[in-house]
Design a protein around this ligand. Structure first.
Ligand SMILES: [Ca+2]
Ligand SMILES: [Ca+2]
Length: 135
């Protein structure tokens, strides 16, 4: 099924995100609906909160604010508080945004080994190497 610009606009998803590099789905605001995080390269990344009935609205807050240059993103409950968090690769940095459960995120940089900090991260996959459930 082709996605028409009209339907995309009706859903609230028609935005200038020409260089979207990754999309992460999770219930970031705790309302039992799936939200969308779009990691964008040419513009700051965006969080679309599910407004139900096939509609989304921009939402959430990020500190530090989202920047352009995102190359990849992933979701998991990194701090094991039951709320989905985000990790975003921006330029040569990797930022962990912990979620308060209402789509308010506090970010902290994750130090990268020199090889990765030179080339940047272009893909993120989450795996629990200690066999504890993350997501
Ligand atoms: Ca939601
Ligand atoms: Ca969490």
């Amino acid at each position: 099924m082709a996605l028409s610009p009209t339907k995309t606009d009706e859903a609230g998803l028609l935005v200038a995100a020409a260089q979207a590099r990754d999309i992460v789905c999770a219930d970031f605001d705790g309302d039992n609906t799936t939200d969308l995080f779009v990691a964008d390269y040419d513009a700051p990344s965006l969080l679309f909160l599910n407004a139900r009935m096939g509609k989304f609205r921009l939402g959430g807050s990020f500190s530090p604010p989202l920047q352009k240059g995102a190359r990849a993103a992933a979701e998991a409950d990194f701090n094991r508080d039951g709320r989905p968090d985000l990790v975003v690769a921006v330029g040569t940095a990797l930022l962990l945004y912990t979620n308060d459960g209402r789509a308010h995120f506090a970010g902290a940089a994750i130090p990268l080994p020199p090889r990765l900090s030179t080339n940047g991260v272009t893909r993120i996959r989450v795996f629990d190497f200690k066999q504890r459930r993350l997501a």
